[in-house]
Write a protein of this length. Structure first.
Length: 519
């Protein structure tokens, strides 16, 4: 049976052992210089194995009490695309936290990572990317810490640059005011929420979704999906148009091929300063190349006033040009000519009303020239049930229909509907017609010429063909006196053939008969 003295010795021995163990643990947990240097080396090796790249980092410090806590400066992750490219990721200051026991899990779990001064530079896809950088020989032996997952990453005020294939061109730049990632790790997508400023047109984008897993060999091939809202985008940065745009939608794909489905709303869309503001809404399906901003529309359904427009095409950069060219195929089936004219004409009632059908190609190059001056538009149109609103023109059309029908005194023939069809082109603010057909009851016309959208100047020549003869267009004694001239004007299968010239302005047109072409 142990004596009291023996028991006392055992107790003191146990206490001494516990004291020594405690001192050793405290010494280790306070991370003395030798241990810190060891941990620094292991963490740097883990990062290099994790990213399979020659990661650089400075001023790495580690503590273990009361939790794992590490800080570092000037983190650099090189771009695998080649030594001529800037680093893929740089960070001015890194802070990471984790529970000590979480470091023993597989994969290692880091509870929180903060990245201050994060800059991401995404390089374009290369046909033949150079081989990845070779890591130091010691990194060939995989270590436990290399496989880690970060539960939450905060990286506010991140700068994102999308590099161009042409190194002479400025990269696309985005400022991510807020960026939070969840479950960040190798081989798995990350959940994210972000708020960023869009450079052109300027506005605020809020988005949430999934990103990754990150493709280090081809960053532009990284998967992405999510939902976005775009607020208060000022369209006046595009010379010649104005309005405040809002948009919502969903997207999915990879960075250089993102499929977007969404809607836009511009309550006060306006062309140039002379056009009238209209409420413009769109619904679109588009493919976006996130590496250069090129957008391919397939299609866009637009609506304003009482008009619907369907377009297909692209908004893309062209070699040798600064900015993007808009090239669209426009198909209008449910439209009104007065709505279209409201976009380009000054305020006030439209000069013409009616139903419009149109098929055209539109090209809008970049530059500071006003939209109506640089726009190129060509195609064919048809206006049904057209009616003029300017009294002088309306009275002239009514009179033409009466005389064309041989009923010059019939005042019941009024507010006559017209029909227009023709081939047209627009450039330098001028609308030109190579073949314009006009028809009202009793009369047909074929003319060609041009109309100034801003000057409102008219310059047309052509011919008018009436069903009635010259004498039938008159009343009383004039009908009798003109009867001998009927054969002279009865040409080309018409009762009366009249070559005409139309000049003046929209408000004050001048219609003249070209008698020299008759005789």
């Amino acid at each position: 049976m142990p004596t009291r003295h023996t028991v006392r010795n055992l107790i003191w021995t146990a206490l001494a052992f516990l004291a020594v163990v405690s001192i050793v643990l405290i010494y280790l947990l306070t991370v003395p210089a030798p241990l810190e240097r060891y941990l620094q080396g292991r963490m740097l090796l883990a990062l290099r194995q994790h990213y399979n790249a020659d990661v650089q980092i400075e001023n790495l410090h580690v503590t273990l009490l009361p939790e794992f806590y590490a800080t570092a400066d000037n983190f650099v992750l090189p771009n695998r695309g080649g030594p001529d490219l800037p680093p893929l990721i740089t960070v001015k200051h890194v802070t990471v936290r984790a529970g000590v026991l979480e470091l023993l899990r597989t994969p290692v779990h880091l509870s929180w990572l903060r990245l201050d001064g994060l800059v991401i530079q995404v390089s374009p896809k290369r046909d033949r990317p150079p081989a990845a950088a070779v890591l130091p020989s010691q990194s060939k032996h995989h270590i436990h810490l290399a496989n880690f997952v970060i539960d939450k990453v905060d990286a506010d005020n991140t700068e994102l640059y999308i590099l161009r294939k042409d190194p002479k061109r400025e990269p696309m730049e985005f400022e991510l005011r807020r960026l939070t990632l969840h479950s960040a790790g190798i081989g798995q997508p990350m959940k994210f929420t972000a708020q960023l400023t869009n450079p052109t047109p300027p506005g605020l984008i809020e988005t949430a979704g999934h990103f990754g897993p990150w493709d280090f060999d081809d960053p532009s091939g990284t998967k992405v999906d999510g939902h976005y809202t775009f607020h208060n985008a000022d369209l006046s940065v595009f010379n010649g148009i104005s309005g405040i745009l809002s948009s919502v939608g969903n997207y999915q794909g990879i960075l250089h091929n993102i499929v977007v489905d969404g809607t836009t709303d511009v309550p006060d869309f306006q062309l140039d300063r002379g056009g009238q503001p209209v409420h413009l809404t769109t619904q679109f399906h588009a493919i976006v190349d996130g590496t250069n901003g090129n957008t391919y529309l397939q299609p866009v359904n637009a609506h304003f006033l009482n008009t619907d427009i369907v377009t297909n095409g692209e908004v893309a950069s062209k070699p040798g040009e600064k900015g993007k060219t808009i090239a669209l195929k426009v198909d209008i089936r449910k439209a009104h000519i007065q709505d279209v004219m409201a976009l380009a004409a000054k305020s006030g009632p439209a000069a013409l009303t009616g139903r419009l059908e149109l098929n055209a190609g539109l090209v809008l190059p970049p530059g500071k020239v006003p939209v109506l001056q640089k726009m190129r538009l060509s195609g064919r149109f048809h206006i049904y049930d057209a009616r003029f609103t300017v009294d002088k023109v309306k009275n002239a059309i009514d009179g033409l229909s009466r005389r064309g029908q041989g009923k010059p005194d019939d005042t019941s023939i009024t507010n006559v509907p017209a029909d227009f069809a023709g081939d047209f082109s627009m450039g330098d603010g001028t609308l030109s017609f190579s073949k314009l057909q006009f028809q009202v009851p009793g009369a047909q016309a074929q003319i060609q010429g041009r109309y100034g959208l801003q000057t409102e100047q008219i310059n047309f020549v052509g011919d008018v063909r009436l069903t009635a003869t010259v004498s039938q267009t008159m009343t009383g004694s004039k009908r009798v006196l003109l009867a001998p001239l009927d054969p002279l004007f009865s040409k080309h299968g018409a009762g009366t053939y009249l070559p005409v010239e139309i000049a003046g302005t929209r408000q004050h047109p001048e219609i003249k008969l070209q008698l020299k072409k008759v005789f």
